[in-house]
Design a protein around this ligand. Structure first.
Ligand SMILES: Nc1ncnc2c1ncn2[C@@H]1O[C@H](COP(=O)(O)OP(=O)(O)OP(=O)(O)O)[C@@H](O)[C@H]1O
Length: 900
């Protein structure tokens, strides 16, 4: 199937809850929808759509601003919805997009939120639940950090950071007002910053890592403000005004100021064992400055991606086989006023994708009709192979090297001294007679490529340098020796040909688009073609020519007349017979006889495979399901009672789960009446029955760890109850061990964070049981809540008094020390923060607010907790950053005075 998605450029109520819950694979009459693509990919991966289980890939294409990124987000959301297992991993995966968007997207003239990198997201599943995710990123447009054409902006993260950061953090990182930076950073993106920080917390970044990364970004901005001037000798110097910026950059990058200056103003090379120093002229120094910024930014981005991959790696044994759904969202086709190296890469990647599409939809399909003897009137299409590949070679697609890439690489190896002009001359002489290339007569090294989507003129200036993309060894070793471990790690790592950060040395000649193509070729593809209805980004307006371009009409024709599902006889009988075999039916039936038992029409039979229209697959899946049910009834009748019992048990469990809801307590089993918990005078809150007694007993700070609300009577009673039962002693010992461990974990790692002004907040009830929590809630108003420590696991549970019963929410502890209510998308640095947040933002699924703390008797004093401040992370060279910033402010002050 191919989904044609037209960008509405306005809100449409198409993605609401009820639309999400449609069962697309069960209903054929539903209109086309991006959620249906998600559903089809998910069900096909599980082998539920009358096909065997297979890896899937969803290819999203279209020009810049056509809606690819939005479609990717909707696909991800829906797939997560379909495999909903309420695990934190799903929320983490959803947070990856805002994170990558902040660092990899920017405003362009074509799109206010344009992806400046390509991504292939691999979602990994075991059975029906998601187990991990991996992001592959391609060709980040790093040059944007130091240069933007008119109407274009820098990466979003810089705006977010400067607009959203608190004054204290600004001081800590060494940042000034946006207007103080030469690289354009003036727009306000306040809220986005907290969104990005939350995304990092949710995914699992450590606090110190975040601080180091933000400090590097601040360093990139400071670096941009370093200016040079010539001296009487040959050497260059940094202008007086920008000396402070040099110091700030050195502090932020964690390197020596003199060494940074040296690497900007000269190049060191070793010849025959002798070190030779070559002084830079002003242009070379500025180029060195810009290239450090580009490389540092590119590596930070690569690190974020590899960190995300590490944090979202599947946590399963190696021998567990995982299935996969891949989603490809690469930047769309681009044609700007000036098109550079980056545009050529982007457009060639799009060309390659178009070829993949043509290959699947037109070539493979029509070839199959011919080979299998199906009657077919051939549909012509615009083949873009000649634009892409070296003429006449018969290599498989993923091994073909693009002609331009080929020439660039050969230039790089064969003529290291060649200029950009030489490169364009070479292209001119090689392709002058090609219908897909036009020579441009000009002093500048210009050339035109006739792409599948239109003509684009490129400016070859800087092509060879950008293709080399190397940094001098002296700069590399400067950063490897940085006191900031993150920077040192970033520069010690190698970078693949497309810019991906590789912890170990990349294989020479890795052609990552080829690897991607290889992955996609072995998966079942689903295509989403995004269409930009007009170039003015306006809703309700469609330009006439839109439907004619990109071969859309031919695509629609082949979909209407063709057969999108073409299983071999073996594949078809495997699915339809094997399933039936389980119920003892139709063991030796052929494909034909299977189909003859149905009322499905319009399919065709080739010499080795079947040919079906797109709707046949769904109809067959429905028939199969009906057969499966019938088989169960028969099995029951034949005396397979065990099956029947098992099925009944499953149905009962499902019904129970559905009735009780995702967070509701299990139906309480009748229990022996227990004695009411008795208060222990020396311990606070946990076991005390009335609100007045629930007030925390303030204690001197030094004693806080001895006086946690633990070891209450109820625990001992429960344990005592177990002793005396069969195997009870063993179980009691086990439980007691678990509790002791949890208490130790709490005292050692948590107590400090929960304590406020020397006491535990009154909503914190220590280690009480679920039943105790519910008893405490009995007469409380709706909105009342408490937090308790898990009895057998290191973590917390929030008990909430809902409209007609108490609900229990697990609080997930992330590896980076953050707290998240399971299923929520906001991470919090502490439990008090979590409580504070959810007193204003409702908890899903009923949007419930925490309004009354259970046991609250007195207002908490508004005093800042010192422990909070002590545990903060700081940039490594914080004191020198402060000194430099003071110097910069002083210079600015002096300038102002002089002006006045
Ligand atoms: N389904 C949609 N509903 C409403 N608005 C949409 C939708 N899809 C896209 N848009 C609007 O169009 C803008 C551009 O979409 P998007 O960023 O997804 O384009 P793109 O194809 O990914 O572009 P690029 O290749 O430049 O990254 C969005 O910022 C949004 O305003």
């Amino acid at each position: 199937d191919i989904l044609v998605a037209i960008n509405p450029f306005k809100y449409l109520p198409l993605y609401e809850k009820e639309v999400k819950s449609y069962k697309y694979h069960e209903k054929t009459k539903l209109p086309p929808h991006i959620f249906a693509v998600a559903d089809r990919a998910y069900q096909s991966m599980l082998g539920r759509l009358a096909t065997g289980p297979r890896n899937q890939c969803i290819v999203i294409s279209g020009e810049s601003g056509a809606g690819k990124t939005e479609s990717t987000k909707l696909l991800l959301r829906q797939i997560m919805e379909l495999c909903r297992a309420n695990s934190q991993l799903e929320q983490q995966i959803l947070q990856v997009n805002p994170l990558l968007e902040a660092f990899g997207n920017a405003q362009t003239v074509m799109n206010d939120n344009s992806s400046r990198f390509g991504k292939y997201i691999q979602l990994r599943f075991h059975n029906s639940s998601v187990k991990g995710a991996k992001i592959n990123e391609y060709l980040l447009e790093k040059s944007r950090v130091v240069h933007q054409d008119e109407g274009e902006r820098n990466f979003h993260i810089f705006y977010c950071m400067l607009a959203g950061i608190s004054p204290e953090d600004k001081d800590m990182y060494g940042l000034l007002n946006p207007t103080q930076y030469r690289w354009d950073i003036v727009r306000k993106w306040g809220e986005k910053y907290s969104e990005v920080c939350n995304a990092m917390d949710m995914v699992g970044f450590e606090e110190q890592e975040k601080v180091d990364m933000m400090t590097i970004l601040a360093g990139i901005l400071s670096l941009g403000n370093i200016m040079f001037e010539p001296t009487e000798t040959d050497a260059l110097r940094v202008t007086d005004k920008s000396m402070g910026w040099l110091k700030a950059t050195a502090g932020q990058f964690g390197v020596q100021e003199e060494e940074l200056l040296r690497s900007l103003t000269c190049t060191l090379s070793v010849m025959r064992g002798e070190a030779i120093r070559r002084l830079h002229n002003q242009q070379q120094a500025e180029d060195a400055r810009d290239s450090i910024a580009k490389v540092a930014y590119g590596r930070v981005f690569g690190w974020i991606v590899s960190k995300v991959n590490e944090l979202l790696a599947p946590n399963v044994d190696f021998d567990v086989e995982l299935s996969e759904i891949g989603i490809l969202d690469i930047f769309g086709f681009e044609n700007f006023a000036v098109n550079r190296f980056e545009q050529l890469c982007i457009n060639l990647a799009n060309e390659q994708l178009q070829y993949f599409f043509n290959h699947h939809i037109f070539l493979m399909e029509q070839n199959e009709y011919k080979e299998e003897g199906i009657e077919w009137e051939s549909i012509s299409f615009k083949d873009n192979k000649p634009i892409l590949f070296l003429g006449g070679n018969d290599l498989p697609l993923h091994l073909c090297l693009n002609v331009y890439v080929f020439i660039l690489i050969s230039f790089h190896y064969l003529c290291p001294q060649a200029s950009d002009r030489d490169f364009v001359d070479k292209l001119n002489s090689k392709f002058k007679s090609s219908p897909h290339y036009e020579v441009v007569r000009s002093h500048s090294p210009l050339f035109t490529v006739v792409h599948y989507a239109g003509k684009v003129q490129y400016n070859g200036l800087g092509f060879l340098e950008k293709n080399r993309d190397t940094i001098p060894a002296s700069i590399r070793s400067l950063f490897i020796n940085s006191v900031t471990p993150l920077l040192s790690l970033l520069f010690a790592a190698t970078i693949s040909r497309t810019g991906t950060l590789m912890p170990r040395k990349a294989k020479v000649g890795t052609h990552s688009l080829a690897v991607l193509m290889e992955k996609m070729f072995v998966a079942s593809p689903h295509f989403v073609r995004c269409i930009k209805p007009n170039g003015r980004k306006l809703p309700d307006q469609v330009d006439n020519k839109i439907l004619r371009y990109n071969g859309l009409l031919e695509t629609i024709r082949i979909r209407r007349d063709g057969f999108s599902w073409r299983p071999s006889f073996k594949e078809f009988t495997f699915v339809h017979l094997m399933k039936c075999t389980l119920c003892g039916w139709c063991l030796f039936f052929s494909c034909m006889s299977i189909l003859n038992t149905t009322e499905i029409h319009g399919w065709k039979c080739g010499s080795s495979r079947m040919f079906f229209k797109y709707w046949h697959q769904e109809e067959l899946a429905r028939l199969l399901e009906r057969l499966g049910k019938a088989a169960l009834v028969i099995q029951k009748g034949k005396g397979h009672k065990l099956y029947a019992v098992l099925i009944c048990v499953c149905v009962c469990v499902c019904v129970c789960v559905c009735v009780s809801g995702p967070f509701s307590p299990p139906v309480p089993l009748p229990r022996k009446k227990k004695p009411q918990p008795q208060p222990r005078s020396t311990l606070p809150t946990a076991t005390l029955p009335t609100a007045t007694h629930l007030a925390p007993v303030p204690r001197p700070r030094s004693k806080q760890f001895e006086a946690t609300p633990f070891d209450n009577l109820e625990v001992h009673i429960e344990l005592a109850e177990l002793v005396g039962q069969v195997g009870g002693e063993e179980r009691a010992r086990e439980r007691s061990k678990k509790r002791k461990n949890t208490i130790r974990w709490f005292k050692e790692t948590q107590a400090r964070k929960v304590v406020h002004n020397g006491a535990f907040p009154c909503w914190f009830h220590g280690m009480i049981t679920r039943r105790q929590a519910e008893d405490l809630m009995k007469d409380k108003p709706v909105g009342c809540f408490l937090i308790r420590v898990g009895q057998s696991r290191e973590g917390y549970t929030l008990t909430y008094k809902g409209a007609n019963r108490s609900r229990h929410f697990m609080i997930e502890m992330q590896s980076n020390g953050k707290y998240v209510i399971l299923g929520e998308d906001k991470a919090h640095p502490s439990l008090p923060d979590l409580v504070q947040h959810h007193s204003q933002v409702g908890i899903k699924p009923f949007n419930e607010l925490l309004s009354t703390p259970c046991g609250q008797v007195k207002e908490e004093e508004e005093e800042e907790d010192e422990t909070d401040h002590k545990s903060r992370s700081f940039p490594r060279l914080y004191p020198s950053i402060r000194l430099a910033m003071r110097e910069i402010q002083q210079v600015r002050g002096n300038d102002k005075e002089r002006e006045e």
